[in-house]
Write a new protein. Structure first.
Length: 121
């Protein structure tokens, strides 16, 4: 048989071990995604973000000139949950550093994304 590779015991053991390791590393991230609480994100937004942004459909206006509404952020074509995570973890010019935890960032991003879902028919 030409071209056939001989059995490699290390590879046979290594591949499942590598897969198990990858699942172990990914499991906390998957659990974190499942634990997103958009209602907690809304409460957080109403507490920390509503001074500058319009954070809910019920809110009439924010005080910052030019700050986008959360609905506008949610409806932007390039808005993703991952992108919101990255944005909320970095300092921005006019936006204060709120020192949000990973859970708070996930909840806030989940809330913003939920506004998109509400806007769709």
């Amino acid at each position: 048989m030409t071209g056939a590779r001989p059995f490699n015991a290390r590879a046979a053991i290594g591949i499942p071990l590598l897969a198990a390791l990858a699942l172990t590393v990914a499991a906390p991230a998957l659990r974190a995604q499942e634990a997103v609480d958009p209602e907690a994100g809304q409460r957080l937004a109403e507490t920390w973000c509503s001074n500058c942004h319009v954070v809910s459909p019920e809110q009439q206006r924010g005080s910052a000139n030019g700050a986008p509404t959360f609905r506008a952020i949610s409806e932007a074509k390039d808005t993703t949950e991952l992108g919101l995570h990255a944005f909320l973890q970095t300092q921005h010019g006019r936006m204060p550093d709120l020192h949000l935890s990973r859970e708070e960032i996930a909840d806030l991003a989940g809330y913003i994304i939920s506004l998109r879902r509400q806007a769709e028919p």
